[in-house]
Design a protein around this ligand. Structure first.
Ligand code: SF4
Length: 371
C-alpha cells in the first residue's frame, strides 16, 4: 500500500537525483557546517544514513532542538521534590521525561521509591487525573518548544472553564529563536546555515526566523523529516550559500505555512508570557527564551502554588553536554560517551531521549557495529 507523503519522500530515484545535484554544486574547497536544530532531524539523518550519502565537506552540527536534552538538571528535581515531600501530590510527565536523571534519581526511580509519578500521553491526561482525584494535587511537568505549548495552554483554559483547582502546570516550555540566536552569539561559533525545525515551525511559521537570516546572515530552510525532505533542504541551503544569499525558505510546505498556526499562537499568547530568563542545559541563562503562565492563570501555576525552591545541580565535570549542544563537539567525542554514559545509564539528558544527539549517535554506532 502506498503512503502519501512518505513514499514520495523516500523515493530512491528522487533521492539519487537530489544527491547528484548537491554533488554537482559543492566544490572540493567548500566546507559547509549545517546545524539541524531539531532532534527529529538528527534522528532522521542517522536513521537514513544521510551523512554517509552526502559529500564529506557538508558537516551536520546537531543543535538544541530536543526539549528533554536542554532541560537543566534542577528542573526535574524541583518538580519531584514537591511530589516526594507531599503525599497528596501526583507528578505527571511524558515518557521521555521519566528517565531524565536528577540528583536523587529520575522520575521512574522516584516512582520505584513510592512517589506517585504517572506517565501521560497528553496534558489533558493530567487534567483528567486531577478531576478523578479531587483530594490530590496533580502537577503537569509541561515540556517542549512552541510545538507543544498550545496543548498545555488549552488544558489550562479547560481547567479554568471547569474550575478545577487541584491541577497545576510546572512549565518548561521553551522557544526556538532565542536559543538559535544564543548559539550564534557564542564565541568562535561557525554555523553556515540552519535546517529549521519542522514541528515548531508549524506553530510559529517562517517569519520569526527572519532575524537569523537578516541580522546574522545565515540562511534557514524549514524542513520535513523524510530523507528527501532533508536532502532537498540541504540543496536549498547550499544554493543560497553559493550565491551569497541568506533568506528563510520553507521546504516542508505540505505542513508549514509562512504565518504559522495563527489560532495556536493566539492560545499561547492568551495563557503564557516570556520568562525574563531561563537556564538551558549547557548553554546557561538565555533571556526571553521560555514561557511561564500569565499572572491571571497563577492559580494553576505550580511554581506559584508550591513556592518551588530552586535546585542547582552541578553536572558531572566530565559531561560535555554543553559543547555538544553548541555544536563544538560530536557526541562520541564526549569523555563519557559509551563508557560511563549510555542509554541504559544516561549521565546527561542528550542520552535519554531517542531524539537526543548522544542517544542517536550511540544507537546508530552500536547497531552498525552489530549488523
Ligand atoms: S555522552 Fe552523556 S555526558 Fe556526554 S554529552 Fe552525551 S549525554 Fe552528555
Amino acid at each position: 500500500m502506498k503512503m502519501r507523503y512518505i513514499d514520495e519522500f523516500r523515493n530512491p530515484d528522487l533521492i539519487k537525483k537530489t544527491l547528484e545535484e548537491i554533488e554537482r554544486i559543492v566544490e572540493p574547497d567548500d566546507h559547509f557546517r549545517i546545524m539541524e536544530a531539531c532532534g527529529g532531524h538528527t534522528y532522521s539523518i542517522f536513521h537514513f544514513g544521510l551523512q554517509e550519502l552526502l559529500p564529506k565537506n557538508i558537516e551536520f552540527i546537531h543543535g538544541p532542538g530536543c526539549p528533554v536534552c536542554v532541560l537543566p538538571p534542577g528542573r526535574v528535581d524541583e518538580g519531584l521534590e514537591i511530589a516526594s515531600k507531599n503525599s497528596e501530590v501526583i507528578f505527571t510527565a511524558f515518557g521521555d521525561v521519566m528517565r531524565v536523571p536528577g540528583k536523587k534519581g529520575s522520575p521512574l526511580n522516584h516512582k520505584a521509591m513510592g512517589t506517585d509519578v504517572r506517565m501521560i500521553y497528553s496534558p489533558l491526561d493530567a487534567l483528567n487525573i486531577a478531576i478523578k482525584n479531587p483530594d490530590k494535587k496533580v502537577i503537569l511537568f509541561a515540556i517542549g518548544f512552541e510545538t507543544t505549548a498550545p496543548s498545555t495552554a488549552i488544558t489550562v483554559l479547560k481547567a479554568k472553564e471547569l474550575d478545577i483547582d487541584n491541577f497545576f502546570v510546572y512549565s518548561n516550555h521553551v522557544k526556538i529563536i532565542p536559543v538559535l540566536k544564543s548559539i550564534l552569539d557564542q564565541p568562535n561559533m561557525r554555523i553556515d546555515g540552519f535546517i529549521g525545525p519542522g514541528h515548531a515551525s508549524v506553530i510559529i511559521g517562517a517569519h520569526p526566523y527572519e532575524i537569523i537570516a537578516k541580522e546574522y546572515k545565515k540562511p534557514v530552510v524549514i524542513s520535513g523529516f523524510e530523507p528527501l525532505d532533508i536532502l532537498q533542504s540541504i540543496l536549498m541551503l547550499i544554493k543560497q550559500l553559493k550565491s551569497g544569499e541568506s533568506k528563510v525558505e520553507i521546504q516542508y510546505k505540505r505542513v508549514v505555512m509562512e504565518e504559522g498556526n495563527v489560532s495556536a499562537l493566539e492560545i499561547i499568547n492568551q495563557v503564557f508570557e516570556d520568562r525574563p530568563a531561563f537556564e538551558w542545559r549547557g548553554l546557561g541563562a538565555i533571556q526571553n527564551s521560555a514561557l511561564k503562565l500569565k499572572p491571571e492563570f497563577a492559580k494553576w501555576d505550580a511554581e506559584v502554588h508550591f513556592n518551588v525552591e530552586k535546585i542547582h545541580i552541578e553536572e558531572n565535570k566530565d559531561a560535555q553536554c554543553g559543547e555538544i549542544l553548541k555544536g563544538m563537539l560530536k557526541p562520541n567525542q564526549c569523555k563519557l560517551f559509551g563508557k560511563v554514559c549510555t542509554p541504559d545509564n544516561p549521565v546527561g539528558a542528550l542520552m535519554v531521549s531517542s531524539e537526543g544527539a548522544c542517544a542517536t549517535y550511540y544507537n546508530h554506532l552500536y547497531s552498525t557495529m552489530s549488523s
